[in-house]
Design a protein. Sequence first.
Length: 112
Amino acid sequence: MRLVFLALALWGAVHPMWWFVKHMRDTGTGLGGLIDAWYVNASTTGLTWDLTIAAITLTVWVIGETVYRRAWLNLIAIPATFCIGVSCGLPLYLWLRSRPAPGNVGAARLFC
C-alpha cells in the first residue's frame, strides 16, 4: 500500500500542475489568471470550495494526528496540500502515516 500512496502523491503533484502551467502559458495571465479561472462560473466555484474545504479538513486531521503521534515529519503534507493540492497532500500524508512504528514488524509487512 505504501508504494500505491507514494505513486498517487507523485501523480497528484505532477498531473494537475501540468494543466495549471498549460493554462498559464496558453492565457499568458500567470497565477492571477489561474485563480480567476477557478471562479469563472458556478461549477468551477463549487469545485474550488469543495477542494478548499477538503484541504482544511485534511489539515485539521494532519495536525491532530501529528500532535498525538509526535510524527512531526507528517506536517509536510500541509504545504503539499496548499501549494500543490489535495491530490498530492492526501496520498502523501497516507504514505507518511503508514510508516511502521519502531519495533512494529507486523505493520511493516502490511504496508510494504
